[in-house]
Design a protein around this ligand. Structure first.
Ligand SMILES: Nc1nc2c(c(=O)[nH]1)N[C@H]1C(S)=C(S)[C@@H](COP(=O)(O)OP(=O)(O)OC[C@H]3O[C@@H](n4cnc5c(N)ncnc54)[C@H](O)[C@@H]3O)O[C@H]1N2
Ligand code: MOO
Ligand SMILES: [Mg+2]
Length: 438
């Protein structure tokens, strides 16, 4: 799907509410929210690739990040072989023998024949080594066995149906670069060039914790004023989809001492601490002040919706990302900020914010918004096979069901109205987090 060459800028310039980021001063409550681009750049600049790697067989590397190049131990193919089931022969012999040749050997894949006797043909099957002296393979559909030999009535092309040694790649070639997340195709190729073990970065250890007196685990009865701790499951699944090792520190009550203790423990055990809730401005929002007390709060609030109170800092030397408690805010800020940060730490080479597709709006927005809005959206194909972006009925950042309806986010710049058909920046979930496409 290509996007129109032009489209409204999604840069910070349309977000007038953003401040100029001073990336060394800790954030004070008075500092204005940063733009999405400024916040994203600041987080990525702070991400450090984890030390530590391990050597594993390809069967244990799905989703891991490659730490060393994979070099081919062989030519591909390793020797000239037949691409089809048929007969291997010398084209000149067939012409000289007016279309009939005796068959003197049979070569199946995994077995090597002997050099071709001049003036004869070899029965050969796909993948079998070409016998020395043969220069063509004729498919068996063009052949008819006759008097212990083979009759070929079709026009043949000399050199046809042969996969030549090294035509795909040569031994010593780098077939996989470090910094890629290994998918099925990479593991197949690594095995295909003979790599019995791969060097991958060790798993990133990410501690997750959820703050809130109102939180209860699913399966337990809900008391008055209580809700289920959905963010814990969102976090865990998002992190597992990125191949992280999750250290789950459960629920922290709304208490400063308990929050300090939990965050301190988390920072000792993990490479990164992710917390949900307690980063806005309420008296019971203890996470943000606790991070300021334990380390430094380097970023707080982004000029976006949902996700505005996003917090980033350090607890000692351990990076910390504080996601807002509203589940949709957590999901959106994870996709836009935590995921690129995590991937940078995991050694992913081109980790960065997602690039949107530009697609026609199937909706209108008449009242411009104050903040850049990431609305839950669906890419739909209408009856005339035209794509259009629809948005969810509610923009509430507490409405988790919007995420199961949507298959992406529509980026609505602040201060802009949208008419039907206008190009809209669309971020498909499939690009935002692995395992998230609906
Ligand atoms: N006066 C203001 N109030 C709020 C502001 C503001 O600027 N001025 N910001 C609003 C925005 S925007 C967001 S987002 C939320 C985020 O606040 P916190 O990060 O402090 O989150 P909490 O207050 O802890 O919880 C918010 C909301 O989410 C529910 N929640 C919390 N944790 C979970 C969980 N693990 N699973 C499911 N749901 C969770 C919680 O019950 C609250 O309803 O602040 C606004 N307020
Ligand atoms: O940032 Mo909040 O997530 O707009 O509700
Ligand atoms: Mg709060």
């Amino acid at each position: 799907m290509t996007h129109p060459s032009t489209g409204p800028s999604t840069g910070a310039s349309t977000d007038t509410s953003a401040s100029t980021a001073n990336d060394c001063d800790p954030v004070s409550a008075s500092s204005k929210p940063l733009s999405v681009e400024q916040a994203s750049a600041q987080l990525l600049a702070a991400a450090r690739v984890i030390d530590g790697r391990e050597q594993l067989p390809p069967t244990e590397c799905l989703g891991r990040v490659l730490a060393e190049p994979v070099i081919s131990g062989t030519d591909l193919p390793g020797w000239d072989n037949s691409a089809m089931d048929g007969y291997a022969l010398r084209a000149a012999d067939l012409r000289a023998n007016s279309g009939w040749l005796p068959v003197t050997q049979r070569i199946a894949a995994g077995h090597c024949g002997t050099p071709l006797t001049p003036g004869t043909a070899a029965r050969i099957f796909t993948g079998a080594p070409l016998p020395e002296g043969a220069d063509t393979v004729v498919v068996q559909e063009a052949c008819a066995p006759e008097h212990g030999g083979v009759r070929i009535n079709a026009e043949i092309t000399a050199g046809a149906n042969i996969r030549r040694r090294g035509e795909e790649l040569q031994a010593g070639a780098q077939v996989l670069k470090p910094g890629i997340r290994l998918g099925p195709q990479h593991l197949g190729l690594a095995a295909g060039v003979g790599a019995g073990e791969l060097w991958v970065y060790r798993r990133l250890r990410v501690a997750v914790l959820a703050s809130g007196d109102e939180l209860v685990m699913p399966g337990e009865p809900l008391g008055p004023g209580q809700i289920y701790n959905s963010n814990r499951f969102l976090f865990r699944a998002l992190l597992q989809a990125l191949g992280c090792e999750v250290i789950d520190l459960g629920i922290i009550e709304d208490d400063r001492e308990a929050t300090l203790a939990a965050l301190g423990t988390a920072a000792e055990q993990a490479d990164l601490v992710l917390a949900s809730g307690g980063v806005s401005v309420g008296d019971e929002d203890h996470v943000r002040p606790a991070v300021e007390q334990l380390g430094s709060l380097d970023l707080w609030r982004v000029a976006m919706k949902p996700g505005k109170p996003l917090a980033f800092g350090r607890i000692g030397e351990t990076p910390f990302i504080g996601s807002p408690g509203n589940p949709v805010s957590l999901f959106v800020t994870f996709c836009l900020f935590a995921r690129p940060f995590i991937e940078r730490m995991q050694g992913v080479r081109d980790a960065g914010p997602p690039t949107p597709l530009w697609l026609p709006a199937g909706f209108e927005l008449t009242k411009p918004l104050k903040r850049r809005d990431y609305q839950r959206a669906r890419l739909e194909i209408d009856a005339t096979d035209k794509p259009a972006i629809q948005v969810f009925s509610s923009t509430s950042s507490a409405a988790l069901s919007s995420l199961t309806w949507a298959n992406g986010l529509a980026l609505i710049p602040s201060g802009q109205t949208i008419a039907i058909g206008d190009p809209v920046a669309f971020l498909p979930f499939s690009e935002l987090v692995p395992g998230c496409s609906t």
